[in-house]
Design a protein around this ligand. Structure first.
Ligand code: PMP
Length: 358
């Protein structure tokens, strides 16, 4: 029986990438050392990190005036690093309150003495629709924080908010590389790797040149300018995670790039949403235009039935469908590496469950 991993993260990786890691683990490029054992200052690793950066630049069409930084500390550390590096003039940012991870970002910004204005909130509709600024954005803000994909709530921005000259800072953790965005629409993008890019332990930061260099006396490990100057090698970077992410980037190129993968993601998600929308047992509460192609939460409305759905799914090789602890129910994460066959198997299982539980 094939198994399919619907975890929200760490999440499914492309099978050919895992096979390649296995094949070259004992001796990386004939070095007789595994990738975990080579120096980050070696020519071998130089090639790994340079190719990863170039492949990412190619895939996302990152303009030359943006730096690509390889960080650790997850998306969460960027909730602190972004205000420390970029909120230097007014110590005042705007934020779209689109759910749990957006409010975590607001909390962390406040901890480093940044004032946070909530420009719009989805709280009134339980985050089933995306908030946009309710008024023209104050041009005296250092930036506006946006969570492009809300991993728990299952919403995703395709239409970006208007912010005038105020840069957008995007937490793309859960839809990074799932579809094309125009990098020029953002002052900065960050994403933890462990959903759509590779193993946990790596966080990508893409930041526009002119936003760097305004902060002083930052702790070194939080300093974008320093990381840019040192080409992400101020200290030992997460070598294995960067290597694995590099393989995923090559796999993505071989899939035809971001437009092609976005089409496939639309089809996969469409399969599940179409089923949920006609079902009399399962519902997804999100406004159709705001639905995520990456994370699809759904419920039956009865916690005991939800539990039975999850237990039965596990028996059928459909793994990690339990919803986030804050919202319960089920959640299917359909990242790039989830094959269409996995989504079809899930829909078949849910259909069958419904027929037998009328
Ligand atoms: N932002 C979003 C949108 C997320 O989904 C997550 C993790 N689920 C985070 C931030 C936090 O990421 P990390 O655990 O890498 O710090």
């Amino acid at each position: 029986m094939p198994t399919y991993n619907f975890s929200a993260g760490p999440a499914v990786m492309p099978q050919p990438v895992v096979a390649q890691i296995q094949a070259e683990l004992p001796s990386f490029h004939d070095s007789q050392m595994s990738i975990m054992e080579i120096s980050h200052r070696s020519a071998l690793f130089d090639q790994v990190i340079n190719e990863a950066e170039q492949d990412l630049r190619d895939l996302m069409q990152i303009p030359d005036n943006y730096r690509v930084l390889f960080f650790q500390g997850g998306g969460t550390l960027q909730f602190t690093a972004a205000p420390l590096n970029l909120a230097t003039k007014h110590h005042h940012i705007g934020l779209l309150d689109s759910g749990h991870w957006a409010s975590r970002a607001a909390d962390e910004a406040q901890r480093v003495n940044t004032t946070v204005d909530i420009l719009g909130s989805g709280a009134a509709n339980h985050f089933t629709a995306l908030p946009y600024p309710e008024q023209p954005v104050d041009q005296q803000l250092d930036y506006v924080h946006l969570t492009t994909n809300n991993t728990i709530e299952g919403t995703m921005y395709t239409k970006l908010p208007e912010t005038g000259r105020v840069p957008l800072v995007a937490d793309m953790s859960s839809n990074f590389l799932g579809q094309p965005y125009n990098v020029r629409d953002f002052g900065m993008i960050f994403a933890g790797a462990q959903k759509n890019l590779g193993p946990a332990g790596l966080t990508i930061v893409i930041v526009r040149d002119d936003l760097l260099g305004h902060a002083t006396n930052l702790p070194s490990m939080l300093d974008y300018q320093l990381f840019a100057d040192k080409r992400s090698m101020f200290n030992t970077p997460p070598v294995f995670a960067i290597y694995a992410a590099g393989l995923v980037l090559k796999w993505l190129k071989a899939q035809g790039g971001l437009k092609a993968i976005a089409n496939r993601n639309q089809q996969k998600a469409g399969l599940l949403y179409d089923f949920l929308d006609q079902s009399k047992l399962f519902t997804n509460p999100v406004k159709p235009a705001d639905r995520s192609t990456m994370n699809v939460p759904f419920v039956t409305g009865d916690a005991a039935v939800d539990q039975a759905v999850i237990a039965g799914a596990t028996e059928h090789g459909l793994l990690n469908l339990k919803g986030h602890r804050l919202v319960g129910g089920m959640r299917a994460s359909l990242y790039n590496a989830m094959p269409q066959a996995g989504v079809q198997a899930l829909v078949d299982y849910l259909e069958n469950f419904e027929q037998h539980n009328k």
